[in-house]
Design a protein around this ligand. Structure first.
Ligand code: SAH
Ligand code: SF4
Ligand code: F3S
Length: 441
């Protein structure tokens, strides 16, 4: 028997890349690869990359530089670049970094076995097509190995929104939804392997419009059908766009107990002028009204979001409008970024703000968002919530899991609780997590 080749994948960027990395490992499993956690032991290293901000993209080249020594030590080592930088830069990567053997875009990774064979034969392999065939059809069934209690499941991919700052419509292509039956099969399969919680993924997941057995299904219908799978206890979805938040999806937050009380709903800015310049096609008022309707359906829902500061043309008054919106929403968790000009996007061509202005605004916004996160955590103390335990904690005798509201919770309990959901009474809060004890009964 030949010893299997070893594959090391390093994942950057969003959850969809996490899902894609798993699927790439499965695709290469068919070529005889098993995964390893140590790059030094690998016969093939794949960087699954992100192009969203300049820093993310530059990381790839510095990581490739570090891999030089490994390639020198093992000339048979093959190095691949996958993901959104692969899609955006394609052959340029092979020119800029000759140690790369293989470049594969997010829509072509079902072709990895052929690309790997080409690279193995000594040629360079490049595939950044948006092929006609559906990669999910070509990937085949997922292996039956047991796995952890949570999983990502891509249901929709691509984006037609073209926000003026964003590369995703170019790297992931047009919006496409997977057929509902395939998603239900994949979910059942995950549950059979021990998964209790599934997070549905899409660049605009609530734009999901997949073919169902009785016509087109929206995300709410898909969620309700998934919720009927026995053993599937928790459902989440991300990332959603405010303009695709349809009535039945809002209703599902109120009447579908498996749908967890947490929603990531990015707005990017609180200034209508900037929202318009960003091509967001909604106002701050629209967003606030939407949050109101979602909270009416599920009062304890925790809202999270994304913000960009220092977008071209953003004045002090625009930035204050963002601060005002944040104060009104009261986020439970939030991500904020300095605007980063991305090649090929409209906003990159506009006059840019000085770096120190961006930095000051980011610091002020983050201070407010951190205070809100701490406030949301403090509000949990004394409450009893569901927690799905995922791993041992740093302290002996401690385990860690995520609450219904996606907050990290530490509890002193035996390892037999790992992979199970318990009721936990929250007793204390620290900046980034909660502590609690198993509730009686
Ligand atoms: N599809 C999702 C998120 C895509 S990217 C959505 O529409 O919300 C994740 C986040 O990165 C975005 O919400 C935005 O806040 C941030 N982002 C995207 N492009 C950026 C850029 N050029 N500079 C800084 N942040 C950016
Ligand atoms: Fe990017 Fe906007 Fe599409 Fe989100 S909706 S992926 S921010 S273009
Ligand atoms: Fe990054 Fe691509 Fe995701 S650019 S955020 S990895 S869709």
């Amino acid at each position: 028997m030949t010893t299997p080749r070893k594959l090391f994948i390093k994942t950057y960027g969003c959850q969809m890349n996490v899902y894609d990395s798993e699927r790439m490992a499965e695709a290469l499993g068919a070529s005889g690869y098993v995964t390893t956690d140590t790059p030094e032991a690998a016969d093939m290293i794949v960087l699954n990359t992100c192009h969203i901000r300049e820093k993310a993209a530059e990381k790839v080249y510095s990581e490739l530089g570090r891999l030089k020594a490994l390639k020198a030590a093992n000339p048979d080592l093959k190095i691949g670049v996958a993901g959104c930088v692969a899609q955006a830069e394609g052959a340029e990567i092979l020119r800029r970094q000759p140690l790369v053997d293989l470049v594969v875009g997010p829509q072509s990774y079902h072709r990895l076995p052929e690309l790997e064979a080409r690279a193995r034969s000594g040629a360079k392999a490049l595939d950044t097509d948006f092929p006609e065939e559906d990669k999910f059809d070509r990937l085949g069934g997922r292996p039956k190995a047991a796995r952890g209690p949570t999983a990502f499941l891509t249901v929709q991919e691509g984006c037609d929104k073209f926000c003026a700052f964003c590369v995703v419509p170019y790297t992931r292509g047009a919006e496409a939804s997977r057929p509902a039956a395939r998603i239900l099969d994949e979910a059942r399969d995950l549950v059979d392997r021990g998964v209790l919680e599934i997070t549905l993924l899409g660049q605009n997941v609530n734009a999901y419009h997949g073919e169902g057995p009785d016509g087109t299904w929206g995300l709410a219908r898909l969620i309700r059908e998934l919720a009927r799978i026995k053993g599937l206890e928790r459902l989440r979805y991300t990332t959603s766009h405010p303009n695709d938040m349809e009535d039945d999806l809002i209703a599902a937050h109120g009447d579908c107990p498996e749908l967890m009380p947490y929603l990531h709903l990015p707005v990017q800015s609180g200034s209508d002028r900037i929202l318009k310049a960003m091509n967001r096609k909604h106002t701050a008022e629209d967003y606030l009204a939407l949050i109101g309707r979602i909270r009416a359906a599920r009062p304890d829902i925790l809202i999270s979001g994304d913000f960009i500061v220092g977008f071209p043309g953003e004045t002090d008054a625009d930035f204050e409008a963002t601060m005002a919106l944040v104060r009104e929403v009261r986020y439970g968790q939030c991500y904020s970024f300095k605007y980063s000009p991305r090649p090929g996007t409209p906003a990159a061509e506009r006059d840019q703000l000085p770096e120190d202005v961006k930095s000051d605004r980011l610091a002020r916004l983050q201070a407010l968002l951190n205070a809100q996160q701490e406030e949301a955590q403090r509000a949990m103390v004394g409450r009893t919530v569901g927690v799905l335990f995922e791993k041992p904690g740093r302290m002996p005798g401690q385990i860690v899991g995520k609450s219904d509201h996606l907050q990290a919770v530490h509890v002193e309990a035996g390892a037999d609780w790992l992979g199970r959901i318990a009721r936990v009474e929250i007793t204390a809060t620290s900046p980034n997590s909660l502590a609690g004890r198993l509730a009686a009964g």
